[in-house]
Design a protein around this ligand. Structure first.
Ligand code: MN
Ligand code: MN
Length: 285
């Protein structure tokens, strides 16, 4: 929504009206616990997208055939977390109410909270799929309830939220793991597990939140809380291919926790941009 000079994602030149999938940047990292920089994620993904092709060989689809709109970033002052979340929620609601499918560009993981609040207004009961190295189920983090370490806990407290499935989680407190085991939410990040979870979700719509730290930090060092172990980047892309093959089930998504300054090679930003390209295509752009 800014002037001519601002970067935009790849060939995302469609108007809001003509687009099916829209990108909205949420450059917020106000609650990050360890090392910051996720606020730089949206523009880093846009700039890195310059080195990607518009064609996805995995999906055999081309973004240049697609109607994709890059709406720019949500405007806010990051000093007041509740006000930031309200601004994101308002813009997200307008997108869902217009029948569009957003991919939110984070930003830290807390930006998923207003996104899911907004989507529940249109798709009550929808399932939430979380791809993340961390459980994000703490009730508070150092006394703060609005923290990226509590993002999924806050989402679970929303009225009307459907089942949660957590893929690739390998870090959390004893209490978080006890809760995940008791509620059977944990899955490996594999194509088979994603396909099974889609089947299990039945007719429900799905919201997908991808915390980029789910990928092994050897391939994805540019994130605030790198967690050793985990799947490689190709495994994540294979899982998006399963979503594409499932048809029009993912009605909203986000790609969060890219902190580009922690990867001076720039490869982490390209990885996140590639995830956005694949997601946009899989969501019907
Ligand atoms: Mn997370
Ligand atoms: Mn994480």
């Amino acid at each position: 929504m800014g002037g001519e000079a601002r970067p935009r994602f790849l060939c995302a030149g469609s108007s809001f009206e003509s687009a099916r999938v829209v990108l909205l940047g949420c450059p917020f990292d106000g609650t990050v616990s360890y090392r910051r920089g996720a606020r730089l994620g949206p523009d880093a993904m846009r700039e890195a997208s310059d080195c990607l092709e518009t064609y996805s060989p995995g999906l055999d689809k081309d973004l240049s055939d697609a109607a994709l709109c890059d709406m720019g970033d949500v405007d806010f002052f990051s000093g007041d977390t509740e006000a930031v979340l309200a601004s994101i929620r308002a813009e997200a609601s307008a997108i869902f109410q217009a029948g569009k499918r957003p991919v939110f560009l984070g930003g830290e993981h807390l930006v998923s909270l207003p996104a899911v609040q907004a989507v529940l207004g249109v798709f009550p009961g929808l399932a939430v799929f979380q791809w993340d190295a961390h459980a994000d189920l703490r009730d508070d983090y150092l006394g703060e309830k609005l923290s990226h370490a509590c993002a999924v806990r806050r989402i679970l407290e929303l009225d009307g939220v459907g089942p949660l499935r957590q893929f690739g989680v390998r870090s959390g407190t004893r209490e978080e793991f006890a809760w995940m085991r008791a509620n059977d939410t944990m899955r490996p990040l594999t194509p088979e597990a994603v396909a099974a979870a889609l089947k299990e979700a039945g007719e429900r719509a799905v919201y997908l939140t991808i915390d980029m730290d789910v990928v092994n930090p050897g391939e994805m060092p540019g994130t605030g809380s790198p967690e050793p172990g985990g799947p490689g980047f190709d495994a994540l892309i294979e899982c998006i291919r399963v979503l594409d093959a499932s048809g029009a089930r993912v009605v909203g998504a986000d790609v969060v926790e890219l902190a580009p300054e922690w990867d001076p090679t720039g490869a982490s930003a390209v990885a996140a941009a590639k995830v956005v390209r694949e997601l946009a295509l899989a969501m019907g752009a």
